[in-house]
Design a protein around this ligand. Structure first.
Ligand code: CP3
Length: 354
């Protein structure tokens, strides 16, 4: 494999010294880029892009051609696992993801099998291998998955939801069935991420977008416990180098100290928690990733720079900060503002590493 030319992201995740704060953006490849929209229109739909390794590679590289980002992230989706389990994923324009066959009871849960990542999800592994080859060691490649809880919300609801009534009904009325589903998902995510690592992913991230809709006790029982199972099962080395794992639960600032005990290398933080406070909570056990509100990118470049300055000051001096948005970049953002954001991190962060 090619030697890595820019490893500032991996070093920050390991809380090693860096000359500046690395930056990448959640959903950095996607609809805010005109070149993505064009390719997506040619392909017809989103899953066609994901299932074609050359197209997935092209989309992964698009933001890197525009901006000096410190990592690439695999272009795919968290819903590939339920799709491989046979739920029939499809996207209705403007409505987000949907499943033809949602999972609502124990009988349906018992029928699910753990996908073989090199078979049903072989297209993802081929995309990882293609991207690694085309990146030529420029920056590291991040692999990812959804958390078991977050995947379960889509699988039980049959798509996106506002009040989580079906998934919470299953969780409270049939907790054992819910645990069976989550255990199968934790096994699936572990083997999926291990296969991404074997294929060349140099860091992995678990997206728990919906863990924050649970009470602290239910979060522990139905989300964190299964992320712990994943962290425990990951092969955290590739090519003689540590493969760091980042856990991100959106809207769960109060869970950060417990999350720091899982053995993960880093935690994602959204903008509802101040990084200074987050740093106190995790006590230097993990690196922190975040946490600008993606809506700030609607502001002027001067205002964006102010926000970057405030976030850097909030984390303060020292190692272990990966700059990012607190959630995915919005499709309406002007790419020039994303550029101003990234440049501000390059300009202002070296002062925090001297
Ligand atoms: O970060 C990246 O650039 C890598 C690609 C990536 C996508 N989805 C591409 C995508 C990643 C890391 C994801 C993760 C994902 N997918 C999450 C977790 C992170 C988060 O945003 O909370 C979730 C919850 C999903 C599920 C999902 N996929 C939803 C709810 C939607 C529709 C809503 C939306 O944003 O359009 C998708 C579709 C999707 N995934 C798109 C992209 C670029 C848009 C597809 C398109 O219309 O072109």
């Amino acid at each position: 494999m090619n030697t890595l030319q820019n490893d500032v992201y991996l070093r920050a995740l390991m809380r090693e010294p860096t000359e500046r704060t690395p930056i990448w953006m959640m959903r950095q490849a996607g609809r805010y880029l005109p070149e993505y929209r064009e390719l997506r229109q040619q392909a017809g739909d989103f899953m066609t892009l994901c299932k074609n390794p050359e197209l997935a590679c092209e989309v992964t590289l698009q933001p890197l051609r525009r901006f000096p980002l410190d990592a690439a992230i695999l272009f795919s989706d968290i819903l590939t696992i339920p799709d491989a389990m046979g739920l029939g994923l499809y996207f209705e324009t403007g409505e987000g993801p949907k499943f033809e066959r949602p999972v609502r009871d124990l009988a349906a849960i018992n029928k699910l099998s753990v996908p073989d990542p090199e078979q049903e999800l072989g297209y993802v592994m081929n995309a990882v291998r293609t991207i690694r080859r085309e990146l030529k060691g420029e920056v590291p490649l991040i692999g990812f998955s959804g958390s078991p809880w977050t995947l379960a919300t889509y699988m039980v609801e049959g798509g996106s939801t506002k009040n989580f009534s079906e998934v919470k009904k299953l969780m409270f009325a049939e907790p054992q069935a819910m645990h069976q589903l989550l255990d199968k998902l934790a096994q699936s995510v572990t083997s999926y991420l291990n296969a991404q690592i074997a294929a060349g992913a140099q860091a992995v991230m678990v997206f728990d977008t919906w863990g924050g809709v649970l009470s602290p006790r239910d979060y522990r029982e139905f989300s964190l416990r299964y992320m712990q199972q994943i962290v425990d099962g990951l092969t955290r080395e590739n090519d003689g180098r540590r493969v760091p794992v980042t856990l991100f639960t959106k809207n769960a600032g109060n869970a950060l100290s417990e999350m720091a005990e899982t053995g993960a290398d880093a935690l994602g933080v959204d903008w509802t928690t101040d990084l200074a406070e987050a740093r106190t909570l995790v006590q230097d056990k993990v690196a922190l990733q975040g946490n600008m509100d993606p809506s700030v990118l609607y502001a002027s470049p001067a205002r964006i720079e102010e926000e970057v300055a405030a976030i850097l000051a909030s984390y303060g001096k020292g190692n272990g900060h990966v700059f990012n948005l607190g959630h995915g970049i919005h499709p309406q953002v002007n790419p020039e503002h994303a550029k101003a954001f990234i440049e501000a991190v390059h300009k202002l962060s070296p002062a925090y590493h001297r």
